[in-house]
Design a protein around this ligand. Structure first.
Ligand code: GLU
Length: 303
């Protein structure tokens, strides 16, 4: 591929410091971009104030820098992108692709989480959630793609997801809307991230199609979903599960362990080198194909 066409990104939510699980996502997306002489952008996904931790953005950026994961260009903050999200909502509305919905959580959960489109004809006031209306042409809502790590993936949005929320009742923009608008805006070509987001990808591909009506023949975004790093109890490393933050001063070791976890076979003697040396080896030797397509891999130190 034309190297300049590669634009990757890491898009942390400031809900806490980076832990081993988020480091492997940052590192894999960074190395894949650099190996292809591409750009690597960082976007702060701070659109959900109730979930944010004060100071987390600063901590995350310092952790990336101390590991030598230096991004290109300016940071993009989703908290400053409301105009773009409102414009996308207005476009979807005027294209007849969205509607207001006042169904509560309990009703949707009684439906098994797959919304039945009840509010589509109800003309609810705007003081409610907004849902994307999936196409009634059955095959349009079957999304299939080849994941760069997990292989063939297919989802029928109508039967497995239903019309989904793009703006929440509390007026916050949904993750699905914001991430899609920004991936289009930043011309992202490759997304390497955790496989907890694999089942969100068809919604994002579908929204890309809805929003990109001018279709400048841009190539489809390529996705690679990484196995999840799990703790000794088999849970995904996350703030909720008290995953320990990366320890300052242990950057070389963290990078080496992350490369080992990603099955890149880093030589043992590399572990005592500085971050720049480790990353330079890793960029040259990066092979996405070595990453296993399993769902989970225990984090280092997990019995
Ligand atoms: N902000 C999301 C998170 O921190 C990641 C979004 C994405 O990579 O699409 O989990």
């Amino acid at each position: 591929m034309n190297p300049s066409a590669y634009i990757g990104r890491f898009a942390p939510s400031p809900t806490g410091p980076l832990h081993f699980g988020s480091l492997v996502c940052a590192l894999a997306s960074f190395l894949d971009a650099r190996h292809h002489q591409g750009q690597w952008l960082v976007r702060i996904e701070d659109i959900d104030p109730p979930r944010e931790i004060l100071g987390a953005t600063t901590t995350i950026l310092k952790q990336l820098e101390s590991h030598g994961l230096l991004w290109d260009g300016d940071l993009l903050y989703q908290s400053q992108r409301s105009d773009a999200y409102n414009a996308a909502l207005a476009q979807l509305r005027s294209d007849g692709l969205s509607y207001n919905c006042d169904c509560n959580r309990q009703r949707v959960s009684e439906l098994g989480g797959i919304y039945d489109g009840r509010c589509h004809q109800r003309h609810i006031s705007s003081d409610s959630a907004t849902r994307l209306r999936l196409s009634e042409h059955g095959t349009d809502s079957i999304i299939a793609f080849d994941d760069l790590i997990m292989g063939a993936y297919r989802q029928n949005l109508c039967s497995q997801v239903g019309d989904f929320v793009i703006r929440r009742r509390d007026r916050l923009f949904s993750y699905q809307l914001a991430v899609t608008v920004d991936d289009l805006f930043q011309n992202i070509s490759h997304i390497i991230r955790g496989s907890d987001l694999l089942d969100s990808t068809p919604r994002q591909l579908y929204l890309q199609r809805c929003l990109n009506t001018s279709a400048e023949h841009r190539p489809a975004v390529q996705y690679g979903h990484l196995p999840l790093a799990i703790n000794a109890e088999g849970q995904k490393l996350s703030k909720q599960n008290h995953a320990p933050a990366l320890v300052p001063g242990e950057e070389s070791s963290n990078l080496w362990l992350a490369l080992d976890w990603l099955q890149q076979a880093p030589p043992a003697e590399l572990r005592s080198e500085d971050s720049a040396t480790i990353l330079s080896w890793a960029i040259d030797n990066w092979a996405l194909a070595r990453i296993p397509s399993c769902a989970e891999i225990p984090a280092p130190g997990t019995a």
